[in-house]
Design a protein around this ligand. Structure first.
Ligand code: COA
Length: 577
């Protein structure tokens, strides 16, 4: 079928719908819909049989929805209406939620129902929920709705009449006064719900020290205590703040934008507070977790790095907001990786948690640096040091376990491992071009080695998202793990246990060592790094396009029109000949 995807941004859900429908053999075109844009011309030019809108902030024009069947993905259950569905679900503490595919019509979210799917709401931030449970449910509902439409026999259900099972509930945009935290009165559970309902956007507006900040992220702390609202400690860039009955960790802050002031963006909390004229107040800096990086099972606190062992398997879990890895993140992860490599294990699993694996260097931290070129250089080198450590691990097998999406250098970090396991719902973007970068992370070694030079050129040149299934067929991924987001860590642990106790593990490790030595003799890793970095130095030079592209990304400057790499028709992806 010819399907036109109309979206406000090519965000994670739109990428997944795009990649999966394409995988199912449909011919797709993408149109990014802003105000006064040429949607009608795009519809005329493409002549779609069906229009699907995975994420739309503005209404479709009447003449478009009256001439074509337009299906809107609404992140709410039957009867739910309004622009802040997920925010309200978390704010109210809903345990179950839904996604509904509705036909566009006169009433916003009031159109006929083509499909609906349910989900369980875990205690995570809104954007994590959106990229995982909501995305899985949305794909189930979209696939069903597209099949139903293609059958030509299905009659969508009207949201009215005696057969309609629910009462309609329209809720308004969730505004900051409703999100507000009363530190002197709200218990930790309420504070966490407020923070999670606003994460990652728009954050909860609050006063902190002498400024106004949006608070991002929220994790419980079970030991630290203090005056409600008081800052208690820092850890790995996050600050811990007391509530009436406990404390919470806040990993990131964004300064409130002043009228006519420049755009503000999220930063690690200590970096953001440290930029105030009076600097960061003196606070105790807590270690990541008590050495050796392992946390007793019953403790509730926040850390972005964790290591644990289960017999012959080591698990090095990391989780950085937005998947972004600053110089500091890379160095800390490398230190933890070295620690893990000193342990007597046969298999080491990297990642394995939920949500983003990695999205490469930290563009926000770079944007905030006094010298963005120098910080970019430091960051890519720190990332390369980490990737090099993985590539040169020859005494055990390393598995990269991607519970969520990975992009750019973060996708290439995964490829350094011996095996890449990917949750079935994850979307990969193994390319750098859209950020004006050639890229490093030894991708010129790892990517062609896995997929061949023609596919490597295609993946990096076309700059399109790929599903886990597609990535497996291309050789980018070794195993697709079919698991719900919350079940992924346990499934990875089970599979890693099997791998570590399988016959022939020692032989495989020996073969891998020999292969590394052969590759090194053929072309040293240092040579790949030097060649990649020579091009990156040019990309990072003051005035190069990367700087404007990065600023636009970090400051969320809306794109004008549909980007060229998305324009045109996209048919099923076949392997290059
Ligand atoms: N640095 C800083 N922040 C990053 C980031 C990076 N490398 N990659 C993602 N983020 C942030 C986004 O700004 C966004 O922040 P928000 O939650 O405040 O909106 C959040 O992570 C989620 O990303 P988003 O773009 O909303 O997710 P998506 O799933 O729709 O898109 C990507 C995923 C990876 C395609 C997109 O984020 C991207 O292009 N990232 C940059 C990748 C890159 O070029 N890295 C540098 C080269 S190594």
């Amino acid at each position: 079928m010819r399907i036109l995807l109309v979206a406000s941004a090519f965000n994670s859900l739109t990428q997944r719908v795009f990649a999966e429908l394409r995988e199912h053999g449909h011919t797709l075109a993408v149109h990014l819909h802003g105000e006064d844009d040429p949607l009608r011309a795009a519809v005329r030019a493409f002549a779609p049989e069906l229009v699907v809108a995975p994420m739309l902030r503005t209404a479709l024009p009447r003449d478009v929805w009256s001439a074509h069947t337009c299906l809107i993905v609404h992140p709410g259950p039957l009867g739910d209406r309004g622009p802040s569905s997920l925010d309200w679900a978390i704010h109210d503490g809903a345990g179950r939620w839904g996604v509904t595919v509705l036909q566009a019509g006169e009433v916003m979210d009031g159109g006929d129902v083509w499909a609906t799917a349910h989900l369980t709401v875990p205690p995570v931030g809104k954007s994590d929920l959106y990229r995982n449970e909501v995305s899985d449910a949305a794909l189930r509902a979209v696939r069903l709705a597209v099949e139903r439409f293609a059958s030509g026999r299905f009659r969508p259900r009207r949201q009215a009449g005696p057969q309609w099972p629910v009462t309609e509930r329209t809720r308004p945009y969730l505004r900051q006064p409703v999100r507000r935290i009363d530190w002197a009165a709200d218990p930790t559970a309420t504070v966490l719900r407020r923070l999670r309902a606003a994460d990652s956007q728009p954050g909860v507006l609050d006063e902190l020290l002498d400024g106004e900040w949006y608070l991002h992220g929220g994790h419980p702390e079970d030991e630290l205590r203090g005056e409600p609202g008081e800052l208690l400690a820092t850890r790995a860039g996050a600050v811990c703040r007391a509530t009436v009955d406990g404390a919470v960790w806040l990993p990131e802050l964004r300064e409130r934008r002043r009228p006519d002031g420049p755009a503000t963006f999220k930063l690690p909390a200590t970096l953001a507070l440290g930029s105030r004229p009076s600097g960061l107040p003196p606070l105790p800096e807590l270690p990541e977790v008590p050495a050796p990086l392992e946390l007793p099972g019953q403790r509730r606190t926040w850390t972005d790095l964790r290591y644990r062992e289960d017999g012959p398997v080591g698990f090095l879990r990391f989780s950085f907001p937005g998947g972004a890895m600053s110089t500091e993140h890379c160095r800390r992860l490398l230190a933890a990786y070295r620690y893990a490599c000193a342990r007597p294990t046969g298999v080491l699993v990297l990642g394995g948690g939920r949500d983003f694996f990695s999205n490469g260097i930290h563009l926000n931290v770079i944007e905030a640096a006094a010298d963005a070129s120098a910080e970019s250089w430091a960051n890519i080198n720190a990332m390369n040091d980490l990737v090099e450590a993985v590539l040169t691990t020859t005494d055990r097998l390393v598995v990269a376990a991607l519970g969520g999406n990975a992009a750019a250098g973060g996708a290439m970090l995964a490829l350094a491992a011996d095996e890449v396991w990917c949750r079935d719902g994850a979307v990969l973007n193994p390319h750098y071009r859209l950020m004006g970068l050639h890229g490093s992370e030894y991708w010129t070694y790892t990517l062609p080695r896995r997929v061949g030079p023609a596919m490597a050129a295609r993946l990096t040149g076309q700059a399109l998202p790929v599903t886990a299934a597609r990535a497996e067929r291309a050789g980018l991924v070794d195993r697709v793990v079919t698991a719900a987001p919350g079940a992924f860590p346990a499934e990875v642990a089970r599979l890693a246990g099997q791998l570590a106790t399988a016959q022939g593990l020692r032989r495989r490790i020996g073969e891998k060592k020999a292969a590394r030595e052969r590759d090194e003799a053929h072309r040293p890793l240092a040579d790949h790094r030097a060649a990649e970095l020579a091009l990156m130095r040019r990309d990072f030079a003051p005035g190069a396009p990367y700087h404007a592209l990065r600023s636009a990304f970090v400051c969320k400057t809306p794109a004008v029109g549909t980007p060229p790499h998305l324009a045109g028709e996209h048919t099923r992806w076949t392997a290059p000949g």
